[in-house]
Write a protein that binds this ligand. Structure first.
Ligand code: SAM
Length: 164
């Protein structure tokens, strides 16, 4: 299951890389009425492939959208709230990730995993603080893996507009 998919191009790339039909649910925070042309085109592509596309899904409140459903893998590519205004004294992106992990915990299968890709640059230094977000929600310490855009043809990462 994919969270915060923006223009859905990562989901499309995954679907195209899969050799067989892929059992996947793609979600966006944005409501479908606000989709860009690209997002709408990608949503149509995914649905034609039998992939469920859900809009308006808040990744911090998954039970509201998925009830008791559990997933083997929950993915969030480049979570970003578009603000740096501290929330409870913390970077708001850390708070987002912390809440997402809290919510995802109730929707993982027995050996389920969460994969979150974040930018590794001095600009974001410490912003996400994955270790403490994971620890606070009872996860094992996160393991870092490199992410190469070139592995996902067609993935056009959407940057979130700054609101503060
Ligand atoms: C930098 S964009 C990345 C979009 C997409 N994942 C990509 O890689 O192109 C950050 C995304 O996080 C989403 N987002 C922010 N808060 C969210 C929330 N509470 N639940 C789900 N998505 C959220 C935004 O809607 C935006 O699409």
């Amino acid at each position: 299951m994919l969270l915060g998919e923006g223009n859905l191009s990562f989901s499309v790339s995954l679907a195209q890389l899969a050799e067989q039909n892929v059992d996947m649910v793609s979600t966006t925070f944005e409501k479908e009425v606000h989709y860009s042309e690209t997002a709408a085109k990608n949503a149509r592509f995914l649905r034609r492939r039998g992939i469920k596309v859900l809009s308006g899904v808040d990744a911090t409140d998954l039970t509201k959208f998925f009830g008791p459903v559990r997933f083997d893998l929950i993915v969030f590519q480049f979570p970003n709230v578009g603000s740096r205004e501290p929330l409870y004294g913390r970077n708001p992106n850390h708070v987002l990730v912390r809440r997402v992990l809290g919510s995802a915990g109730s929707h993982l299968s027995y050996k389920g995993q969460v994969a979150i890709t974040v930018v590794n640059s001095p600009h974001y230094d410490g912003a996400f603080d994955m270790d403490s977000a994971a620890k606070r929600n009872g996860y094992e310490p996160p393991r870092a893996h490199p992410f190469k855009f070139s592995d996902y043809p067609g993935y056009t990462h959407v940057k979130r507009k700054r609101t503060a």
